[in-house]
Design a protein around this ligand. Structure first.
Ligand code: FAD
Ligand code: MLT
Ligand code: ZN
Length: 425
C-alpha cells in the first residue's frame, strides 16, 4: 500500500519522541508511528498527510541479563539483530517471523506479532515484561519493568501490545528470552488430505510434546507458488498437503530418538505418505525457506489479496476450498498455508493487477464465513487501514465502544495513527 507524507522524523531518544508528540498534539497534527514498515494491513502507511515517526535510529540494546534472560532495548532494534545478539549468550528471541531482517521490535509489539514459534513460546503478552511508551501528549509512561511477577495495579503494558500505534509510541521494551535450544530438527512431510494433517498435529502434540516448536502447513498450490515464482524445489515428491514440524530441545540424542519413533508411527499407520528429516543448518534453512518465503513469492504474481484468519481446526481448510470454488476461475491462484499449530490460516489469492470484481467475490464473503465459525478476521497481522471496518465481524459492539472510549481518553485530539484499527463509524 502506497502512502503520502511530506515529513519523516527519525528521533534517536525517548525525549525526542516526547517533544515531537507534545508539539504535534498541541497543534493537532496527525502522526504515524513506523517501524520496519513490513506490516501487511497498511498500519504504518500515512493515508493523507500524517507525519511519519520512524524508530529506525532508536536501535540501541540497553542490557541483557543472561541469567534471567531479560533483554532491554529501544523500539527500533531489528528482530534479526536482536536474535544474533542474544544468541551469543545462548538465548533466543521468544518469536520469529519471515520479516525478521527488517521488522522492529516496537512494530512487533504494536502488532502483537505471532509468527512461527508462538506454539512453543506463547504470545508477546506473555514474553513482554515491560514497555516504555510516549503518550499522545508527550508524557512518558514508564512501565519498563524487568520482573516476571508484578501484580501491582493494572498491567498497563498490555494495552499497547497489539494497539497498532493508536494509543502511544513504544520507545523501550523489556522482553524475556528463553534458552537457545541445543538441538533443532525439522521434518517435512507429505499428506494425502487435510484430515491427515490434523491427525499428524494430534500425534505430534502427544508424541513430541515438550520438544515441538513449530507445526506449519503448506498446501500444494503454495508449493507451486514457491516453485514457479522463486525457483525453489521441494525435498519430497508432490502431495496435496505438506507439514513442516520443528523440534527444539536440549539433548540431541533424546530429540532425534523421539522424532524417529514419531515418524515411524506416522508411516506405519499411513497418516503420512512420505517425508524427510533435516538436522544440518543448511538443509533446515532450505526447508524453512519454502514456508517463510511464501509472502515474497506471492508478490511476483502482481496483486495479492491477503487474509489472515483464526478458525477452529475442523473448519481450517474449508475456507480455502470455499474460496477456490468461488473465485478460483477469476484468479491466478488461491492458496492456503499457515500456523496450524495456532489455528491461524493464511489465505491468499492473486491476480496480475488489482480487480474490483475479484475483490467483490472475496469481501465481505470471507469475513462472513469466518464470523459464522466464530473465528477471527485478523489472527496476527492486525486491522490497520485495510481491515478496520470489518472489526464487528470479530468483536462485539460493546467491546468496540469501550475501545473507542479508551482511544478518546488517551488521545483526545486523535493524532495517533488516525484512520487505523478502529472503524470509521
Ligand atoms: P510496521 O509495519 O512499521 O508497523 C506496524 C504497525 O505498528 C503500524 O500500525 C505502526 O503504526 C505500528 N508501530 C510500529 N512501530 C511502533 C512503535 N514503536 N510504537 C507504536 N506503534 C508502532 N506478522 C506476524 O504476526 N507473523 C508472521 O509470521 C509474519 N510474517 C511476515 C513475513 C513477511 C515476509 C512480512 C513482509 C510480514 C510478516 N508479518 C508477520 C507482518 C509484519 O512483519 C509484522 O506485523 C511486524 O510485527 C511489523 O513490524 P514492523 O516493525 O515492520 O512494523
Ligand atoms: C507468514 O506466516 O508467512 C506471515 O504471516 C506472512 C503471510 O501471511 O504471508
Ligand atoms: Zn503468519
Amino acid at each position: 500500500m502506497a502512502g503520502t507524507s511530506q515529513v519523516v522524523l527519525r528521533p534517536k531518544t525517548t525525549d525526542e519522541v516526547s517533544a515531537i508528540l507534545k508539539y504535534c498534539n498541541e497543534r493537532k497534527i496527525a502522526v504515524v508511528p513506523q517501524g520496519g514498515n513490513t506490516g501487511l494491513v497498511g498500519g504504518s502507511v500515512p493515508v493523507f498527510d500524517e507525519v511519519v515517526i520512524s524508530t529506525q535510529l532508536m536501535n540501541n540494546i540497553i542490557s541483557l541479563d543472561d541469567l534471567s534472560g531479560v533483554l532491554v532495548c529501544q523500539a527500533g532494534c531489528v528482530l534479526a539483530t536482536l536474535e544474533d545478539h542474544v544468541s551469543a549468550y545462548n538465548l533466543t528471541m521468544p518469536y520469529d517471523l519471515g520479516a525478521k531482517g527488517s521488522c522492529h521490535i516496537g512494530g512487533n509489539i504494536a502488532t502483537n506479532a505471532g509468527g512461527l514459534r508462538l506454539l512453543r513460546y506463547g504470545s508477546l503478552h506473555g514474553s513482554v515484561l515491560g514497555l516504555e511508551v510516549v503518550l499522545a501528549n508527550g508524557e512518558v509512561l514508564d512501565c519498563l519493568s524487568t520482573l516476571r511477577k508484578d501484580n501491582t495495579g493494572y498491567d498497563l503494558k498490555h494495552l499497547f501490545i497489539g494497539s497498532e500505534g493508536t494509543l502511544g509510541v513504544v520507545t523501550g521494551v523489556s522482553i524475556l528470552c528463553p534458552q537457545k535450544p541445543n538441538s533443532v530438527n525439522v521434518a517435512f512431510l507429505g499428506c494425502d488430505s487435510f484430515s491427515r494433517v490434523l491427525d499428524t498435529f494430534k500425534q505430534s502434540k502427544q508424541q513430541l510434546a515438550e520438544i515441538l516448536s513449530a507445526f506449519e502447513l503448506i498446501d500444494a498450490a503454495s508449493m507451486l507458488t514457491v516453485k514457479e515464482n522463486l525457483n525453489l524445489s521441494s525435498p519430497i515428491e508432490d502431495y496435496p498437503f505438506y507439514v513442516l514440524i520443528e523440534t527444539s530441545g536440549s539433548d540431541g540424542n533424546h530429540d532425534k530418538e523421539k522424532l524417529d519413533r514419531f515418524l515411524e508411527h506416522l508411516m506405519e499407520t499411513g497418516i503420512v505418505e512420505n517425508g524427510t528429516v533435516a538436522t544440518e543448518p543448511t538443509k533446515i534453512q532450505n526447508i524453512w525457506g519454502l514456508r517463510e518465503r511464501l509472502a515474497e513469492a506471492l508478490m511476483h504474481d502482481g496483486y495479492n489479496y491477503k487474509y489472515d484468519v483464526s478458525l477452529p481446526l475442523s473448519k481450517f481448510y474449508g475456507l480455502v476450498e470455499a474460496m477456490r470454488e468461488r473465485a478460483g476461475a477469476a484468479t491466478i491462484r488461491v492458496i492456503g498455508y499457515g500456523h496450524v499449530g495456532d489455528g491461524n490460516l493464511h489465505l491468499n489469492l492473486t491476480t496480475s493487477e488489482y480487480r474490483q470484481d475479484v475483490m467483490d467475490l472475496i469481501e465481505p464473503y470471507i469475513y462472513d464465513w469466518v464470523s459464522g465459525c466464530h473465528g477471527s478476521i485478523s489472527a496476527e497481522h492486525g486491522l490497520g487501514f485495510k481491515k478496520k471496518d470489518f472489526i464487528y465481524h470479530s468483536k462485539s459492539k460493546s467491546a468496540v465502544s469501550l475501545m473507542k472510549k479508551m482511544k478518546h481518553l488517551m488521545d483526545p485530539n486523535g493524532i495517533l495513527n488516525p484512520y487505523k484499527m478502529l472503524p470509521s463509524d
